[in-house]
Design a protein around this ligand. Structure first.
Ligand SMILES: [Zn+2]
Length: 432
């Protein structure tokens, strides 16, 4: 263990992989954790997602006195002291950063930026976003997430955490500036410079300037083959490019059914698409309610087959599902299921929706289904992660004394010309 006056930074999970980042910062009688998702390994095809199964498959780490005390769980990890103050922080609403939220003990506070605290329960309204809480009857239960305003500071013992908004493809994403014992630790969460809010990312680099430790994501350097844009139908460099491509496809196909799907946490993309599309955009009722609650934006919607109509939507904006199925020219509509019902020869736009890519076995199944039904598949994607040159730029703006790259299959590709670099192993403690 560290000597008494050192800060311990423990990389419990999410270091040589993408997803399931869990890092602990401990000092004296206080410790904090960020984030609280799981690693996404669909190829394991798990029979269940109990705590035991997730631990056995190393999708989550051994953590002492953190998981819900009602679980029958024996901690088997390294020796750890007892703490007086504990808190967990979420950087954003993507599953690999939040999915395990309901497994945190209810007595331990969980914090996020207010937009994330608002959006996570909404994304979980049908109970299939977070892992359900086994001790609650309601499948859509979401534990309490305490909302922090942008740039607010939360004190946990002697550890102070500032939540600073950052540009990412999840609404409400933040990075963290952690101040403890006169040291500054910056955690990027996931970030980029080519979305709707690049100024937020730049402001983060100012707050993180010359950090004693910069814990940084490196998703884009994991896949050199993706940098060429080969797998994309069109080269897309920004969220605005992507919206333009949506418009172009609509204008080029005036007499053709066009549908699409996206990732619900990317609320801003949906919002912009509605404003910019030549056609009327029609969303599923769940997504329409999300837009209404977050941006007060009223949008046409439909009730999918078999779903109960949601309360809170303006029924004059409802478009019947049967009308959408016969439409060729008026609507661009979101589709999440029942792809067999779409017209033969129609166009479907996959915009960072699930299944996300060929690392997920469900992706090929999905593509085969579309092909079998003669539906043209077009992928319009815009990464939520800084491109390699922007990762370098972010490091050059911060000039960290110590760089710790994580959240990447190739963290060694991130270099630090301004100081040291450590490539931690899973479970490693770095003393500061
Ligand atoms: Zn993310």
């Amino acid at each position: 263990m560290a000597s008494k006056d050192k800060i311990d930074v423990i990389f419990h999970a999410g270091v040589m992989t993408i997803g399931g980042t869990i890092v602990e910062v401990a000092y004296h009688d206080a410790h904090i954790f960020f984030d609280f998702g799981t690693e996404f390994r669909p190829e394991l095809d798990l029979s269940d997602e109990s705590l035991k199964t997730l631990l056995e498959n190393r999708l989550i780490p051994e953590l002492k006195d953190i998981y819900d005390f009602r679980f029958d769980y024996d901690y088997k990890g390294m020796e750890r002291p007892d703490f007086q103050h504990t808190a967990v922080f979420l950087s954003h609403a993507h599953l690999d950063h939040t999915r395990m939220a309901n497994y945190l003990d209810p007595s331990i506070p969980m914090y996020a930026l207010e937009a994330t605290a608002e959006v996570v329960p909404m994304l979980n309204q049908t109970g299939d976003f977070l892992i359900p809480q086994p001790f609650e009857a309601d499948k859509s239960f979401t534990r309490e997430i305490i909302a922090g305003a942008p740039y607010s500071k939360i004190q946990v013992g002697e550890i102070e955490v500032e939540l600073a908004p950052v540009d990412h493809d999840a609404y409400g994403a933040c990075c963290m500036i952690i101040t403890v014992a006169g040291k500054k630790i910056a955690y990027t969460g996931d970030l980029r410079l080519h979305g709707y809010d690049p100024d937020d990312t730049v402001k983060f680099t100012e707050l993180a300037k010359e950090a004693d430790m910069l814990i940084m994501e490196g998703v884009s350097i994991s896949f050199p083959e993706r940098e060429t844009g080969e797998v994309l139908a069109y080269p897309i460099h920004s969220e605005q490019d992507l919206i333009n491509e949506f418009s172009r496809l609509q204008l080029e196909n005036p007499e053709r059914q066009i549908t699409f799907n996206g990732y619900p946490a990317n609320v801003k993309r949906f919002s912009q698409l509605i404003k910019s599309s030549p056609r009327i955009v029609v969303l599923t009722q769940n997504m329409a309610l999300l837009l209404k609650k977050i941006f007060k934006q009223e949008v046409a919607y439909y009730v999918p087959v078999g779903a109960e109509p949601l309360v809170g939507l303006n029924s004059s904006l409802e478009i019947s599902y049967s009308k959408l199925l016969t439409d060729n020219s008026e609507y661009l509509w979101q589709v999440e299921s029942d792809f067999e019902a779409l017209k033969k020869g129609s166009l479907y736009i996959h915009s960072d929706a699930t299944p996300l890519g060929d690392f997920d076995p469900a992706y090929k199944v999905f593509l085969d289904l579309l092909e079998k039904n003669d539906i043209e598949f077009v992928r319009l994607a815009c990464s939520g992660h800084a491109v390699p040159d922007d990762l370098k730029k972010i490091i050059s703006l911060i000039e960290p004394k110590l760089l710790v790259p994580i959240h990447s299959f190739h963290p060694e590709r991130l270099e630090n010309p301004y100081g040291e670099r450590i490539l931690p192993k899973r479970g490693q403690i770095i003393e500061l």
